[in-house]
Design a protein around this ligand. Structure first.
Ligand code: PBG
Length: 315
């Protein structure tokens, strides 16, 4: 009877698995704070993607750990960059697996910020601010390099103002008018990204991200951010993190008739895994309940590190 009257349904296609791509060959390096997630070299990632495809999971989103970083985030938009090469290899083997790419600079800059820094050193201490407008060109070039390599969807996560418009313009100009943009529209300056910054080696070396990510206190501003992204040409939107922001997922669902996603971020995942490892929570039930809640709040699809076990359970 419960099955017949249930309001919210989960399917493997509702989930997108984040994958961290690192240099080397045959590498599967466990991420300590996010068991059993790993960093994958490109060849190992291709094998992991076969499993993702076999389980019927909606797709993957790629993050890159480049061989080297610099002030200009050049690895983020190089045609031979780590993510660009990963896309080509995955698409060669699995052409119909949905490949989304995270478009950002923090994994590629020496200072770990998502944009170009102006200001430099103050009394020998590195300091400065992110130059919003100068960063737009890096992001547009990054998205274009991903599209050229074969990405199906590009997903800017940097939170610079105007980046959706800049990316849309660059893609259109270069013959990628059909590549959709999934915008991390309402992305909060959250403590729950902690484990990710270990996984992607992207912690800021000074300051924090509060000059570009949102204040967790502001819900109306989140709706405004989404509206602006849609005006600039976003095809799909995201609320991130997910569980602490279910109210905003619901508000976005009621206000905007475009595909809506939510990111169950690293800290949300690690909290459940840590409690489960201590025997304080049942891992499977916590996974199902958290993902059901995010879908019930209104998310069409969820970026989650639980994509594989959840798909397996739905079998
Ligand atoms: C890049 C980015 C971050 C996440 C996704 N893209 C980190 C950040 O903004 O600091 C976090 C994802 C997670 O915690 O799982 N800007």
């Amino acid at each position: 009877m419960r099955r017949v009257v249930r309001e919210t349904h989960l399917e493997p296609s509702n989930f997108i698995l984040p994958l961290f791509i690192c240099p080397g060959e045959g590498v599967r390096k466990p991420i300590a704070s996010m068991p059993p997630q790993c960093q994958w070299s490109i060849d190992a990632a291709v094998e992991e993607c076969r499993e993702v495809k076999r389980l019927g999971i909606g797709g993957i989103i790629l993050f890159g750990l480049p061989e080297s970083k610099d002030e200009e985030a050049s690895g983020a938009y190089a045609d031979g960059g780590i993510v660009q090469r990963a896309i080509r290899s995955i698409k060669r083997e699995l052409p119909d697996l949905l490949v989304i790419t995270d478009v950002c600079n923090c994994e590629y800059t020496t200072h770990g910020h998502c944009g170009k820094i102006v200001g430099g050193e103050v009394d020998g201490v590195v300091d400065g601010v992110v130059d919003n407008d100068a960063t737009l060109e890096w992001l547009a070039l990054g998205a274009l390099s991903h599209a050229r390599a074969g990405a199906d969807i590009v997903a800017p996560s940097d939170m610079m103002d105007g980046r959706v418009g800049a990316i849309r313009h660059k893609l259109d100009e270069n013959g990628f008018g059909n590549t959709p943009i999934l915008s991390y529209s309402a992305k909060f300056a959250s403590v729950f990204y902690g484990p990710f910054r270990e996984a992607a080696d992207s912690a800021p070396q000074f300051g924090d991200r509060r000059s570009y990510q949102m204040d967790p206190a502001n819900g109306r501003e989140a709706m405004r951010e989404i509206e602006l992204d849609l005006e600039e040409g976003a095809d799909m939107i995201m609320v991130k993190p997910a569980m602490p922001y279910l109210d905003l997922i619901r508000q976005a669902r009621d206000r905007f008739d475009v595909p809506l996603s939510a990111y169950q971020v690293s800290g949300e995942y690690s909290m459940i895994m840590a409690a489960a490892q201590n025997g304080w929570l049942d891992e499977e039930r916590a996974m199902v309940e958290s993902l059901t809640s995010i879908r019930r709040a209104g998310a069409d699809f969820i970026l989650t590190y639980f994509a594989k076990p959840m798909a397996r359970l739905l079998g």
